[in-house]
Ligand binder design. Structure first.
Ligand code: BGC
Ligand code: BGC
Length: 642
């Protein structure tokens, strides 16, 4: 033994000892759960596993994207699962009908059953606020809005409706819900989070899984995915795919809370997070979650007795040191069962077969992965009673209710709302007639950009809904507010909006502050034009996160956090305008699930100096004015103190 290898061996021995104590601390932080197994199902799994060759097993573990694989290749490689990413449609046609989705699904299915009789293929999709990739499907408000409703029954029903839409198109698996507990709202995926309270995330996450998986065996429900395991919302400075620094206790109790709810609901799949974890108590850098055996195998599979499958995120295994997306024995050894390798799946397949033959991945690990895949597949019914129609993908009344319940009133002048059914209204702000801005990310396309209202034939914009309610003649739309005099109206409705985004930083650079008018000066100018002109201004903000808006609120008589409500603009009007005769006005029942900043640098979900704390919001029925001017500090430097 040379000196350096001796040194290495000694170092490794030390590392394993420290590692054992650390491993214990990490695992013990989570509650122990007992597995519940169904003997008949297990027997079926074992029987099917016995008949598979190594190549077929690796095929089961390989997940290509529909843009990169044909049914013929599914047959040739015995592929077990496929996905369509955001903006992946049959034939790359965004207007593909449910029947066309179904037809493609059936082709893939037939090919899979030829390769592995009795073992179906499952197709996963990012149905994160309804079946959002498919034209005509109802889009619900994003999770941050659902968090404001606090309504688990609503979330469960949305899960059911989403599952039905997915089944209508012939798919079986939703990559949702996101269970992130966001700590810094600069994270561009804050909108995918129910809120900062772990108990709320747990309760709504559980309801979402219950709804999605309801009637799974009868072909109504679909597989749900608890994602992104674990700590996706905890990254420092809100950097997407960054490093979460937390103690083992906080990792389990804060970031892990949603997983306990999802497991209670019987969730069958979990997606690994792109992020890394550093144990801030033991000062141990655990690195990328995709390579973390302790958390995936030690905690999730062993301690929490999760019997379903773990799927990696989009090329996520490639971020593990020493790996590429198409070659990563370490991630499989750490516990990944299905590898989402959208485009380079063929290389992944060949490399992984070779890695097993060379002993880099034990056969027992492959068998465990395939057992899990089979268990999941045999737990859902492949036939569906849901017709392949656009109607089956729609639940407008449910979405409308979700919108109505999610609006948070941050400022109000008593008596202003609801507007009278006879009101003449001036509508300003281009987003008032933009279903893209109303829907946000993961809408038709991945980013939700590059779309126009024709992509949402099912949708009703706020403008259209106001016209339906008040009569077209009563509503004037002036996008930039330059052509109309507010004096000729009873009230002005102004819509301000973030540019849709899905991941990364959102529409702001991470180094910027949260001041909306810095990023969207044109929107601020529109409000400036109509404010203080003698008529009340009701402002709605479409955003995926709380933002600094003191200057805009000061120019408004009422200010509403409307989140990204989705396709049913009528839900906005239900609260803005008095109900038709005989019905009671619901008022505003949404309450914040994040604090609302009072300063441009208040990123933290635990900000104590906020304008509104978690739980904040007015009903609109208050008799006390809430129109005190908010402080407007001079525009700070774009970079906030770290
Ligand atoms: C996202 C996941 C998503 C996957 C598939 C990734 O970029 O992080 O949430 O499920 O893509 O589209
Ligand atoms: C896909 C998304 C995916 C992303 C990851 C996009 O091209 O459409 O689904 O999340 O890539 O980078």
């Amino acid at each position: 033994m040379t000196r350096s290898t001796a040194l290495l061996a000694a170092l490794l021995a030390l590392a394993t000892m420290a590692g054992a104590a650390e491993t214990d601390a990490v695992v013990q932080a989570w509650p122990a759960r007992k597995p519940v197994r169904d003997a008949a199902l297990e027997a079926k799994v074992e029987a099917a596993l016995k008949n598979l060759t190594l190549r077929q097993k690796i095929g089961q573990m390989t997940q290509p994207e529909i843009r990169a694989i044909t049914p013929e290749q599914v047959r040739e490689y015995a592929i077990g699962t496929i996905l369509n990413g955001g903006g992946g449609w049959p034939g790359q046609d965004r207007a593909a009908t449910p029947a066309q989705w179904r037809e493609l699904s059936e082709k893939f299915q037939a090919a899979a059953l030829q390769a592995t009789p009795g073992i179906p293929l499952i197709w996963g999709t990012d149905a994160v606020h309804g079946h959002n990739n498919v034209r005509g499907a109802t889009l619900f408000p994003h999770n941050i809005a659902l968090g404001a409703t606090r309504d688990a029954d609503l979330v469960r029903d949305i899960g059911r409706a989403t599952a039905r839409a997915i089944r209508a198109s012939g798919l079986h698996w939703a990559f949702s819900p996101t269970l992130a507990v966001v700590q810094d709202v600069r994270w561009g995926r804050t909108y995918e989070s129910f809120g900062v309270d772990p108990a709320l995330v747990k309760r709504l996450g559980q309801a979402s899984v219950e709804g999605l998986q309801d009637g799974m065996k009868e072909g109504r429900g679909v597989l749900a995915t608890a994602k992104h395991y674990v700590g996706d919302g905890g990254t420092r400075r809100g950097i997407d795919q960054g490093v979460t620094q937390a103690s083992p206790a906080d990792l389990a109790n804060v970031h892990g809370a949603g997983y306990l709810g999802a497991l209670d609901a019987g969730v069958l799949t979990v997606m690994t997070s792109f992020s890394s974890w550093t144990d801030s108590a033991g000062y141990v850098e655990h690195g990328k979650m995709h390579g973390n055996a302790v958390l995936m195998t030690g905690v999730l599979k062993d301690r929490l007795a999760f019997d379903g499958l773990i799927v990696s995120d989009w090329d996520g295994v490639g971020q593990v040191p020493g790996c590429t997306p198409e070659d990563c024995p370490a991630a499989i050894n750490a516990g990944i069962d299905v590898v989402m390798v959208p485009f380079k799946w063929k290389d992944f397949f060949n490399n992984t077969v070779r890695a097993v033959e060379q002993g880099k991945i034990p056969m027992a690990r492959i068998d465990d992965a395939v057992r899990r895949i089979l268990r999941v597949k045999f737990s859902i019914g492949m036939q569906t009673p849901v017709p392949a129609t656009v109607e089956a993908m729609q639940a407008p009344e449910l979405a409308r209710r979700a919108v109505r319940e999610s609006l948070v009133l941050l400022k109000n002048k008593p008596g202003l709302l609801p507007l009278k059914g006879t009101a003449r209204v001036l509508v300003v702000g281009a987003a008032a007639d933009s279903l893209a801005h109303q829907s946000g990310g993961w809408s038709v396309t991945w980013q939700g950009r590059d779309t126009s209202n024709v992509d949402y034939p099912q949708g009703t914009s706020l403008l259209a809904a106001l016209r339906q309610r008040l009569g077209a003649a009563q509503v004037t739309f002036d996008a930039d507010g330059s052509k109309s005099d507010p004096k000729n109206f009873d009230a002005v409705v102004a819509v301000l909006a973030e540019t849709p985004y899905a991941e990364g930083e959102g529409d702001a650079r991470i180094t910027e502050n949260l001041r909306f008018s810095r990023r969207h000066p044109k929107d601020a100018e529109v409000l400036q034009r109509v404010a203080g002109r003698g008529k009340p201004v009701v402002t709605l903000l479409y955003s995926g996160r709380p933002l600094y808006v003191n200057d805009l609120a000061n120019k408004s008589d009422a200010f509403i956090a409307a989140w990204q409500p989705g396709t049913e603009g009528a839900g906005l009007v239900d609260v803005l305008v008095e109900p038709t005769a005989g019905k009671a006005w619901p008022g505003f029942t949404g309450r914040l699930s994040f604090p609302w900043p009072a300063g441009p640098c208040q990123f933290s979900s635990h900000e104590a100096r906020s304008w509104w704390p978690v739980g904040g919001g007015l009903s609109g029925k208050e008799t006390q004015a809430n129109t005190k001017a908010l402080p407007e500090p001079a525009d700070p430097a774009p970079i906030c103190p770290l």
